[in-house]
Design a protein around this ligand. Structure first.
Ligand code: CP
Ligand code: NVA
Length: 304
């Protein structure tokens, strides 16, 4: 049987995603109750990181250990991947020795190529185009605070980047409306906007996106790999900040999320992390629980 991959949210059905999030919340409760679990005993996850990470690395590595398995950290600096061994050859070899592979890289095509040659499940842990694992944690966090997100309005303030693209996929899968406020030239990919035109509205003014929204989300102005655009982006995104004033035009009990790392004074004001609507720390912790549920789903084909 061909391995099941998780390269975007579209690799799962809505039903599977909802079951996975329910399971993730159960795993969270069990973890907080001090219960142990060894569902992935003797299983190994290979983690290929071509970009930096704190949350993704710690959550996958700790998650595998907590489920009785192990994780291998592989960087291109010390593997043959960094010396030009073809992706497909690496995929065949690595997947013959482990139970799943997680990849954080630049081009989305790289994870697609790896997955096509891999005999084991491949997880996209962020590419230039998508960050689906973060969306699992965000959707879990929304449900744990507010229940179903169906019919809600979500405001994305800032760059039409990998996170924004995954929010567009989430809008479709979880049935909510996404308002995107971004400067001209920083819109999400036209192909995604066209495919989901009934789900996504692009506006220029952050207030137009945030008005009556149930959830406000943002991300850094310059993503990994865009360091040399930092100055130009600081200018373009100057007015695209989530702050208490913007929160005040949203729905009364609106939540605030950020995948982190956050740049206080840029995409958020210095006081946003502690705002009453902020659930950023809960969101960050949920990376652990959502990915443990994902690993069990992909490796064991179980969602409970
Ligand atoms: N949100 C997120 O993916 O964080 P890291 O870059 O620290 O993994
Ligand atoms: N858009 C950011 C997300 C970091 C988790 C980046 O790609 O750097």
């Amino acid at each position: 049987m061909a391995a099941r991959h998780f390269l975007t949210l579209n690799d799962m059905t809505t039903g599977e995603l909802e079951q996975l999030l329910d399971h993730a919340s159960r795993l969270r409760a069990e973890w907080h109750a001090g219960k142990t679990r060894d569902s992935l005993k003797n299983r190994v996850l290979a983690m290929i990181f071509e970009k930096s990470s704190t949350r993704t690395r710690v959550s996958f590595e700790a998650g595998m250990t907590q489920l009785g398995g192990a994780a291998l950290f592989l960087s291109p600096r010390d593997t043959q991947l960094g010396r030009g061994e073809p992706i497909e050859d690496s995929a065949i070899v690595i997947s013959s020795m482990v139970d799943a592979v997680m990849i954080r890289t630049f081009a989305h095509e790289t994870v697609e190529k790896f997955a096509a040659a891999s005999s084991k499940p491949v997880i996209n842990a962020l590419t230039d185009d998508f960050h689906p694992c973060q969306l699992l944690a965000d959707m879990q966090t929304y449900r744990e605070h507010r229940g179903s997100i169906r019919g809600a309005t979500v405001a994305w303030i800032g760059d039409g980047n990998n996170m924004c693209h995954s929010y567009i996929n989430a809008a479709e899968q979880f049935d909510f409306h996404l308002n995107v406020a971004c400067p001209e030239g920083y819109e999400p990919a036209a192909s995604l906007l066209n495919a989901h035109s009934d789900r996504v509205t692009v506006v220029r003014e952050p207030e137009d996106a945030a008005r009556n929204a149930d959830l406000l989300v943002t991300d850094v102005w310059a993503s990994m790999g865009q360091e040399d655009e930092q100055k130009a982006r600081e200018k373009a995104f100057r007015n695209y900040q989530i702050n208490p004033k913007l929160m005040s035009v949203a729905a009364k009990d609106a939540l605030f999320m950020h995948c982190l790392p956050a740049h206080r004074g840029e995409e958020i004001s210095a006081d946003m992390m502690e705002h009453p609507g902020s659930v950023v720390w809960h969101e960050a912790e949920n990376r652990l629980h959502a990915q443990k549920a994902l690993l069990e789903f992909l490796i064991l084909n179980r969602l409970d």
